[in-house]
Design a binder for this molecule. Structure first.
Ligand SMILES: [Zn+2]
Length: 258
């Protein structure tokens, strides 16, 4: 088969990288994958991609089986670093992976990987956010063996606290069900972005790298209170600014360094 596949190269700026991700997501929504679909590549092309990796974005996403970044953004081999945990929560190993991606240098002391964007990618109907809500509203018995799952729940709790603070004075339909899970998940992304903005290794990478929050709507979904958010398969990078709506800021919910 003749190859029609050409990797588009390394984006020249964070803006271009973000646009590349948005364009890839559009192809995903339209069912027209060009790059992630390896049937377009013959082995010569694929070998080229495998010889030397040039990942230009780090996507920190959820382990959910429906949100694989390479497919959702239609990216190819060697283009993305992907870190995935439930609820895209951070632990030392995951954070170390991110820090390595942005700080590794080559023999000339130049950045080893041309990272332009670090994206925290949340999604609707997230099981980890749902489990966190449940464990706050119906706490497990003290003798229940939660294993390491409690670490996930603890990491997402500030997002639920923020949601409750915002809705304490004005109860509405968003306080239950999938809409609540989505709103908690979005806040979780915002808190994670704020936390990464305080990361010293990322800070040392300076203006070279954009840190962005994004949210993937799996299906046709409405976010309660905002008719603009009715999306299907779309990854949005302009999250609602809850801080303006209710006066609480994501900064207030960033965990204190231990
Ligand atoms: Zn999830």
């Amino acid at each position: 088969m003749e190859s029609t596949h050409v990797l588009p190269g390394i984006p020249a700026s964070p803006e271009e990288a973000l646009q590349r991700l948005k364009d890839g997501n559009k192809r995903y929504r339209e069912g027209k994958l060009e790059i992630a679909d390896l049937t377009f590549q013959d082995w010569a092309d694929r070998r080229k991609a495998l010889e030397h990796q040039t990942p230009w974005a780090v996507i920190w996403g959820c382990m959910d089986s429906r949100v694989p970044p390479e497919i959702v953004f239609d990216c190819g081999l060697g283009e993305l670093f992907v870190i995935r945990t439930a609820g895209q929560v951070s632990d030392r190993a995951a954070l170390g992976s991110l820090e390595f991606a942005v700080s590794a240098v080559d023999k000339q002391g130049k950045p080893k990987y041309p990272i332009q964007v670090v994206m925290v990618l949340g999604h609707s109907v997230c099981g980890a956010a749902s489990a966190t809500i449940d464990s706050v509203d119906q706490p497990p018995k003290p003798d229940a063996n939660m294993g390491s799952i409690s670490a996930l729940v603890e990491a997402i709790k500030p997002a639920y606290r923020w949601f409750k603070d915002d809705n304490a004075a004005t109860p509405n339909a968003a306080q239950t069900g999938d809409a609540r899970v989505t709103q908690v998940s979005m806040r979780n992304v915002e808190i994670q972005v704020e936390t990464l903005k305080r990361n010293k290794i990322l800070e040392a990478a300076g203006n070279r790298i954009a840190i962005v929050g994004a949210f993937h709507f799996l299906l046709d979904e409405k976010v309660a209170g905002d008719p603009a958010y009715n999306k299907s398969g779309e990854v949005m990078t302009d999250l609602p600014k809850y801080r303006i709506i209710a006066g609480h800021r994501p900064e207030d919910y960033v965990p204190k360094p231990k």
